[in-house]
Design a protein around this ligand. Structure first.
Ligand SMILES: [Zn+2]
Length: 89
């Protein structure tokens, strides 16, 4: 099959991240994004993104077909992200 990948399907799953053992304490949010060709169904890979999980930067799953992007409400102060960055160190 020779597909020129003209049409696309996407799936976004948005989740809340909570402190371990404390589901009432929300520490962040994440958007997991998958894109594939709507015609041949081949998944697209996210290029140049490191693999794994991070609360402070976008990462991909093992085959780079799912982007795991940390998100935050636009009303949250930048300081919230700085706290997360310090936790990673
Ligand atoms: Zn295609």
């Amino acid at each position: 099959m020779n597909c020129s990948h003209v049409n696309f399907e996407s799936y976004v799953s948005v989740g809340r991240i909570h402190e371990e053992g404390k589901p009432e304490v929300i520490t962040g949010y994440t958007a997991d994004i998958v894109i594939r060709c709507a015609d041949c169904k081949i998944p697209f890979e996210f290029v140049g993104v490191p693999g794994g999980y991070s609360p402070t930067q976008p990462m991909v799953n093992f085959d780079a077909t799912e982007l795991r992007a940390p998100i935050k409400p636009s009303s949250d102060p930048v300081e919230h992200v700085k706290v997360l960055l310090n936790r990673e160190k």
